[in-house]
Design a protein around this ligand. Structure first.
Ligand code: ASP
Length: 438
């Protein structure tokens, strides 16, 4: 039975990659056609209008929205049920405290490394130097929560409301309390724990079902973005764009490989081979939150991390760990300072490192959220928030890429923490056939 399912598992993984590439090609093709049609004859114009309305605005839009909604639908039940199970399986509150401390420390550290790398590279490349773009920028920053508010809001006043709002940290606090209650409630607790274990199996099965929509969903999302934007826009801000991409690669492959090799003592190639579907999901949805069901499933089933660690570290990482976002913010700060002809000193750089690391905690794991907290970073070093208007045009594609890095960062820290807690099953990790059914 097991063996019969294998070809199907690999099949789906490959299909997702093909869907992404096809989405890119088809979307880009449509963009070029639509562009050309504005000067073409009228029959071509009619076809272009039809494609724009029904294919891009209809099929791609609806398909993409449905796919993201079906992923998001799974997030709250999955985090709640999975974390309750994880806490039930933990021996004591002390274990939980240690787990929390390690994960928080590593998440903080990796984000700080990410932003430092970004500033270092941006400092050398000097994107936007001499561009004098300052006056052309317009952007009205949206309101963002202060750090104090983020901390105060961690404990939910009403757990049902926390779930209705999909507030991850609040759901985590409530789930931990439920888990601890179950742990300490003797026989009644044991009965409820077994109910939650069963529920966990059911929810994971539901995630598997939703994942079968992935090739179509990924195709629609990627094709939709490229049909609207094409790829030429990249060149309008090439120095900024490619600096961010370079640092994302450097951190996403370099830093994580070092952590995986030195701290988790695992083979990074196997890690990337097994985790890339999560990166593709992150790329196409531009949301770590929507991708969480896939990330959680892969780290548990494909990498062999025990649920008692991953149910804690993945939702926590999704909420507070944004290495890719911090990288964009670092490069953006240097680019904007250059565009305005402002010199940043050591104090400003340190301020950026600190603020961007904190901003990571307050950045929602949804598309474009990093732009909102970027306003906070810029204001801290005396740069105008409207300057975001300079870079927002290229942000969608960068958002897709940095989300993939955010997700891989969560999985890397999860492996390191799991290994240190003896909760990483190396037999599963090293088994290349085990791909977590994606
Ligand atoms: N889209 C990113 C994420 O979900 C957040 C951001 O940088 O905008 O991880």
């Amino acid at each position: 039975m097991e063996n019969q399912e294998q070809p199907h598992k690999i099949d789906l993984t490959v299909k997702i990659l093909i869907a992404m590439v096809m989405g890119l090609v088809v979307g880009w093709g449509i963009f070029e056609f639509l562009e050309a049609s504005t000067v073409g004859d009228s029959s071509q114009n009619n076809l272009a209008t039809w494609i724009d309305e029904y294919v891009v605005g209809g099929l791609f839009f609806v398909g993409g929205k449905l796919f993201i909604a079906s992923l998001k639908m799974m997030v709250v039940p999955l985090v709640f049920v999975s974390l309750v199970c994880g806490v039930c399986a933990t021996d004591s509150g002390k274990d939980l405290g240690r787990l929390g401390g390690k994960s928080f420390g590593l998440y903080f550290l990796t984000t700080a490394v990410a932003i430092t790398l970004a500033l270092f590279v941006a400092q050398m490349v000097d994107p936007g130097a001499g561009a004098e773009l300052g006056e052309t920028a317009t952007y009205a920053p949206k309101e963002r929560p202060t750090l104090v508010q983020v901390i105060v809001d961690i404990v939910p006043k009403n757990p049902v409301q926390a779930m209705a709002n999909a507030n991850m940290l609040q759901i985590m606090v409530f789930a931990i309390l439920v888990g601890l209650g179950i742990h300490q409630a003797g026989e009644s607790g044991a009965r409820i724990a077994s109910l939650f274990r069963d529920l966990n199996d059911v929810v994971l099965k539901m995630v598997t079902l939703v994942m079968h929509l992935a090739p179509a969903g990924v195709f629609c999302l990627v094709a939709g973005v490229f049909a609207e934007k094409g790829v030429d826009f990249i060149f309008s801000l090439a120095s900024y764009f490619f600096t961010v991409v370079f640092v994302l690669l450097l951190h996403g492959v370099g830093t994580f490989t070092v952590l995986l090799t030195m701290l988790a003592r695992v083979n990074p190639i196997i890690f990337y081979k097994k985790m890339w579907p999560a990166a593709v999901f992150g790329f196409s949805t531009a949301s770590s939150a929507a991708t969480m069901p896939v990330t959680l499933r892969l780290v548990e089933k494909a990498l062999g991390v025990r649920n008692s660690v991953s149910s804690f570290t993945i939702p926590m990482g999704t909420t507070i760990n944004m290495d890719g976002t911090a990288i964009m913010q670092g490069v953006a700060t240097v680019f904007i300072a250059n565009a305005y002809g402002i010199d940043l000193g050591l104090t400003e750089y340190l301020t950026v490192i600190l603020t961007a690391t904190m901003a990571s905690v307050g950045t929602a794991a949804v598309p474009g959220a990093g732009m909102i907290t970027l306003a906070m970073v810029l204001l801290q070093v005396g740069l105008p928030a409207e300057a975001i208007g300079l870079i927002i045009g290229v942000d969608r594609l960068l958002d897709m890429m940095r989300t993939a890095v955010n997700i891989i960062g969560d999985a890397t820290v999860t492996c390191v923490v799991a290994q240190s807690e003896n909760k990483l099953e190396m037999a599963v990790f090293n088994d290349l056939e085990e791909r977590g059914q994606v």
